[in-house]
Design a protein around this ligand. Structure first.
Ligand SMILES: Cc1cc2nc3c(=O)[nH]c(=O)nc-3n(C[C@H](O)[C@H](O)[C@H](O)COP(=O)(O)O)c2cc1C
Length: 177
């Protein structure tokens, strides 16, 4: 059985990407995996200052939950990022988190990776463009491989996700981790 860490990054209530992430988690839990969803709405992570102090001390100097969250990410077998699409990229909230992994990115290794995206656009390419941004991060860590993408396309208003094909796909993908 695997340890699954899901990072959600939408800041709105009843968010579509969060709903898809929760559905993914249900599938994964049903198969006996240990799943933790870490919300960047309740654990606000500020932007990296670029001081590189972490490269000397091994931990980020900013006093938020980053160091604690990173330890959970490092300890997991499966890493999942969930994000709304903002201007055909990931949310700034998720990008801030990714930038802050600089503190320990060399320890993030040997994981299966999944991306869960939501957007208004009905074209899957909109989500693929977000994944391209994530690939910049994946290129810098060791053996973290994309295993699946949940395409939450055609989702605009809160609550849309629950009636979508992506909702079913998230559950099925969660069962396969
Ligand atoms: C600032 C902002 C920018 C957005 N940019 C895009 C976009 O470029 N393409 C798109 O298809 N949808 C865009 N959307 C719509 C959201 O991606 C969509 O409503 C999504 O379902 C929100 O996910 P959430 O409920 O998890 O926050 C944008 C929404 C906001 C608020």
């Amino acid at each position: 059985m695997k340890k699954v860490t899901i990072i959600t990054s939408s800041l709105r209530d009843n968010s579509n990407s969060n709903a898809l992430a929760e559905r993914f988690a249900e599938g994964a839990r049903e198969k006996g995996n240990t799943v933790e969803i870490i919300s960047l709405k309740t654990n606000r992570i500020t932007a990296c200052m670029g001081c590189a102090s972490c490269q000397i001390h091994g931990e980020c100097v900013i006093k938020d939950k980053l160091n604690e969250i990173l330890d959970k990410v490092i300890d997991s077998d499966v890493l999942v990022f969930a994000s709304p699409t903002y201007y055909y990229s990931i949310s700034g909230t998720l990008k801030n988190f990714i930038d802050r992994t600089f503190a320990k990115f060399t320890k993030i290794k040997n994981k299966d990776f999944y991306y869960i995206g939501s957007c208004t656009d009905t074209n899957k390419e909109a989500i693929d463009r977000c994944v391209e941004t994530i690939k910049g991060f994946l290129d810098c860590v060791d053996n973290v491989t994309i295993k699946g993408i949940v395409y939450g396309t055609g989702l605009t208003d809160v609550g849309d996700a629950k009636y979508s094909e992506a909702y079913k796909e998230a559950y099925e993908m969660g069962k396969e981790v």
